[in-house]
Design a protein around this ligand. Sequence first.
Ligand code: GLA
Length: 378
Amino acid sequence: MSTIERNFVLTFGQPPDIIAAAPGRVNLIGEHIDYSDGYVLPFAIADRTYCAIGKRSDRRVHIASAQRRNRVISIKLDDIKPSRAGKWERYVLGVIWSLGINQGLDIMIDGQVPLGAGLSSSAALECSVATALNDLFSLGIDLESLARLTQKAENDYVGVPCGIMDQSVSLMANRGSALLLDCRDLSSRNVSFDVAASGLELLIIDTQAHHSLTDGGYAQRRASCESVVAKLSIRSMRELTLEKLEASKDLISGIEFMRARHAVTEIRRVLDAVVALEKEDFVDLGRLLNASHASLRDDYDVSCPELNTAVAASISAGALGARMVGGGFGGSAIALIKASHTQETIKNIETQFRKNRFKAPRFFTSLPSQGAQIIQRG
Ligand code: GLA
């Protein structure tokens, strides 16, 4: 019996009807452009969140998590509507709400994606629940629609204005590949991402920094992009070119110009990164990662001292490229390094963090893994 099944039986007194799992993600490149109809190139990490569900005969939903000592949170089905009440369980309730489930449930969660590291533990949670419910109630929802429904749960129920990238990759990723996702229509293509065969490794550096700016800062960046789109009468940043942007400089503010320049150049870098990966040109990929970081730091202004230090220390230890990943203002950075240089790189980053009196960073690495899956039925 798996750990989550055992926890489910111990907590709810009977075996679950279904168990599903969904992974966290790292975005190789394409940051802060999912909400601008851009391209992104994330991959699923090996760490995943497990979710076991059983039907109840009454109209209550009981939710427990191994990370919260299996303490049961109980709510009436009819009370599941967007509100500020509740904590982490809102991610679960949001999915029940957005999928329109009308049945009492017992739900056990075992989240193994590191929390607060910018590795999308929230998308992993949402997608594990959505995958389990889709199968349990034979809803037949395709992955693109499931991505939109889990995003809706986070936007409208939890109240976080995230884009579509994290949920899409958690649901659609394939082992050994990064997912080239067109955020305009959610069409996607696997791009083989096998750094190990070239003696390389993608080091994930969790800076352990969480700046309070996060929520407001993300929404402000989105608002700037929307304002540019409105002022230039275009449908999205996708339609913009650098030439067009330069020519429209007088129509937008200086800040908006910088935000738009990031969006335009980052979309280009994603497509260039795909070409680099297909040619196995990791030097060029490294160059693009560095350029992405500089753009996020200088034009988009979503980096922070800890992320900049992690990136600079990786480069000075010989990394081919490095950049912050995710929403920014803290969280993780990635560095493309020679596998033989891992310890040296880690040491250099730790030394620089100590010098700057930052919290000690955590290090992970992961091969590109499979998206959400049903683990067990019945
Ligand atoms: C967060 C959001 C994503 C995306 C990234 C930045 O992870 O959830 O939708 O916008 O930030 O690329």
